[in-house]
Design a protein around this ligand. Structure first.
Ligand SMILES: Nc1ncnc2c1ncn2[C@@H]1O[C@H](COP(=O)(O)OP(=O)(O)OP(=O)(O)O)[C@@H](O)[C@H]1O
Length: 275
């Protein structure tokens, strides 16, 4: 379940996008990539998924240089979960999930009992087996997102990349999907997800990689790196972090919403004094 990125540099022609990115994940966990629009999160994903290969530095998954792996080998190590989308054709949920097993059989054959078993197992794990016969197009956004995650599980890779998995979901579905994602990490998966929501990082992440100007700006546990100064650097707005329930939970509060004269962790962190 390990992935290492070492001194990664990447440019689109003359445009340098990623500079000296280094981090590693050694055990099943949820890593959140945080950073403003255009900072290079998707580009980093594309490099880690082997879709962009013209980088310098190295990326290894389970000790294998991903650039050197054949597509079917890579598919056994890493899987990609896109944002919920509408396919051009109306597939059943089962067929959508079965697509994840494509690297397990040849072009000339079709999924058999083993692949159907993998698909069922993945749907079961995410609590969507009862949707098996439904059309993907008829599902809610939250259900669709779980189907796309199930498709990645059926691929049998243990490292999952998720591009803003809760984009376009209502608040309840955001939490339901992220709880499922978190359960996966407890079951041995490593999940690397991008997000624009720092509260999700505070609630769910084991590690956070904050990016600015295509570089690693901060790396560590949410407790180590998340504070008002970091968020101001990334997003250019004042945000206070308030600790609740004796520090068990932290939440973001926009600076404008902090009452004048308020005291508390949030105010101290907003002011840039460590709390
Ligand atoms: N194919 C491409 N050719 C040239 N430049 C690109 C290409 N794809 C992305 N870029 C540029 O690379 C930079 C990083 O883009 P990227 O999509 O990786 O950012 P991001 O952090 O994922 O953004 P967002 O949060 O908005 O999705 C941006 O300046 C973008 O315009």
């Amino acid at each position: 379940m390990s992935i290492q990125v070492d001194r990664l540099h990447f440019s689109y022609r003359s445009k340098q996008v990623l500079t000296d990115i280094t981090f590693s994940v050694e055990e099943p966990s949820l890593l959140c990539l945080l950073g403003p629009n255009g900072v290079g999160k998707s580009t980093l994903f594309r490099c880690m998924l082997g879709l962009l290969t013209g980088y310098s530095g190295s990326i290894t998954a389970e000790g294998h240089h991903i650039r050197k792996l054949a597509p079917a080998q890579l598919a056994r190590l890493v899987a990609y979960v896109p944002q919920s989308h509408s396919p051009a054709f109306s597939y059943s949920v089962q067929d959508m999930v079965l697509m994840g097993t494509a690297s397990h059989f040849s072009l000339m054959s079709s999924p058999g009992r083993k692949e159907r078993g993998l698909a069922d197992e993945a749907m079961e794990r995410l609590g969507i087996l009862h949707l098996r016969e439904r059309s993907f197009l008829e599902l809610s956004g939250g259900e669709r997102q779980l189907v796309l995650i199930a498709r990645a599980l059926a691929q049998q890779a243990r490292i999952l990349f998720m591009d803003e998995p809760t984009a376009n979901l209502d608040y309840g579905n955001q939490l339901r999907v992220l709880q499922r994602v978190k359960e996966l990490t407890r079951g041995g998966y490593t999940v690397i997800q991008s997000t624009h929501n720092p509260d999700q990082v505070l609630l769910f992440a084991d590690r956070v990689l904050a990016m600015k100007d295509g570089r690693v700006f901060a790396w560590g546990t949410p407790g180590e790196v998340m504070n008002g100064e970091l968020l101001k650097e990334l997003y250019g707005v004042d945000i206070a972090l308030e600790q609740l329930y004796g520090g068990a939970v932290s939440v973001c509060i926009p600076g404008f919403a902090v009452p004048a004269g308020a005291v508390g962790d949030g105010k101290r962190k907003l002011a840039g004094v460590s709390g």
